[in-house]
Design a protein around this ligand. Structure first.
Ligand code: NAI
Length: 335
């Protein structure tokens, strides 16, 4: 029986990198029945709804998705379809492993960066509850609940135990947001007590940003509310070669959708030069999730070997290859 997977190419560079990832995953030999559904800024505008039903129905059927980015209009227009999807399917944990690729030289090549970011995915300022009280006065509600904070904390600690991680650092701004971030921290502390073998630390988010640039090797697993997770993820991606590299998973109790950290990159869309590494690595996380551990390992090492070879890399990491040339090289290593 093939694994059923919903493929959402998205828009911008999404279709270019998603097709590349599909080729690489198929080249591992794992039998996947792809159910392709289109979700783009234009489709959302035409449907007049934040999340067209056909997308949700497909993932409810297959339970697993591989997704490219979808553009969200800035300062107006419809709400983010990405946020809507995470909320609708209750994909409460956003998991983003950040590590160097052997063969890719960066400013940080002299240290070992190997961290995993656990970002709460359903609330915080991303609840989208904004209100213009009177003209020119807007409030944005930051929602933090015990339920969501506890389950992301538990998910992070369980992952740490399973993957033999040493330390969980909760990132916060509870010195200012004493109630909201204070509740997040209380939940993290309560969960930490059940995992005595794992060191638990807390760090204020501004200090985290500075520490990450100065000494990124100190971080192991990072646990944080939604907004800090979004920003710190991009910062962390910058340490290991940029947004073209870092994968991610949106995970809930019933469904999982795998996608890169990056967005639709309108500045390079349609040029065939986007780096598909991040979504391919997201595909490797998906193969792990499907129980195809061996294939996931082979896909990761095929990608690493292309980086070690150095001659088929895309422009964002210093090469001149197209998306297709990079993908061909990965597929060659798999076959
Ligand atoms: P972005 O991540 O799309 O791009 C930031 C920079 O990184 C750009 O210079 C881009 O060319 C580069 N970049 C990103 N991915 C790359 C790749 N695979 N290969 C080579 N270079 C890459 O962030 P931006 O410009 O802030 O957002 C663009 C749109 O994407 C917005 O509408 C935003 O809302 C949306 N977005 C969607 C996400 C999703 O669907 N999950 C996540 C983040 C942003």
């Amino acid at each position: 029986m093939p694994h059923k997977v919903t493929l959402i190419p998205g828009d911008g560079i999404g279709p270019e990198v998603a097709v590349a990832a599909m080729r690489a995953i198929d080249a591992t030999g794992v039998d996947i029945a792809w159910e392709r559904v289109e979700l783009t800024a234009d489709i959302i505008a035409a449907h007049h709804e934040e999340l067209p039903a056909h997308v949700v129905e497909s993932i409810r059927r297959t339970r697993v998705g591989l997704k490219g980015p979808v553009t969200t209009p800035v300062a107006g227009g419809y709400t983010s379809v990405n946020v809507a999807l995470r909320k609708r399917l209750d994909l409460f944990a956003n998991v983003r492993p950040v590590r160097q690729l052997s063969g890719l030289r960066t400013r940080y090549s002299d240290v070992v960066i190997d961290m995993v970011i656990f970002r709460e995915n359903t609330e915080d300022l991303y609840a989208g509850l904004e209100h213009e009280v009177v003209t020119d006065v807007v409030t944005s509600l930051k929602v933090i609940t015990r339920t969501a904070s506890t389950r992301i904390s538990r998910h992070a600690f369980e992952y740490a135990r399973k993957m033999k991680r040493r330390r969980v650092t909760a990132v916060h701004k509870a010195n200012i947001m004493k109630l909201g971030d204070g509740l997040f921290l209380r939940c993290a502390r309560e969960v930490a007590r059940g995992f005595p073998e794992i060191e638990y630390k807390e760090l204020i988010v501004d200090n985290t940003a500075m520490q990450m640039v100065m000494r990124p090797e100190q971080f192991d697993l990072l646990l944080m509310p939604n907004l800090y997770g979004d920003i710190i993820s991009d910062l962390a991606a910058g340490l290991v070669g940029g947004l073209g590299i870092v994968p991610g998973a949106n995970v809930g109790d019933e469904y999982a959708v795998f996608e890169a950290v990056h967005g639709s990159a309108p500045d390079i869309a349609g040029k065939g030069i986007a780096n598909p590494t991040a979504i391919m690595m997201s595909g490797a996380m998906m193969l792990d999730h499907l129980g195809e551990i061996d294939a996931a390992g082979r896909l990761r090492s095929a990608i690493e070997r292309v980086y070690q070879g150095g001659s088929h890399l895309t422009g964002d990491v210093g090469g001149t290859a197209s998306t297709a040339e990079f993908t061909d090289a990965v597929v060659r290593h798999l076959s």
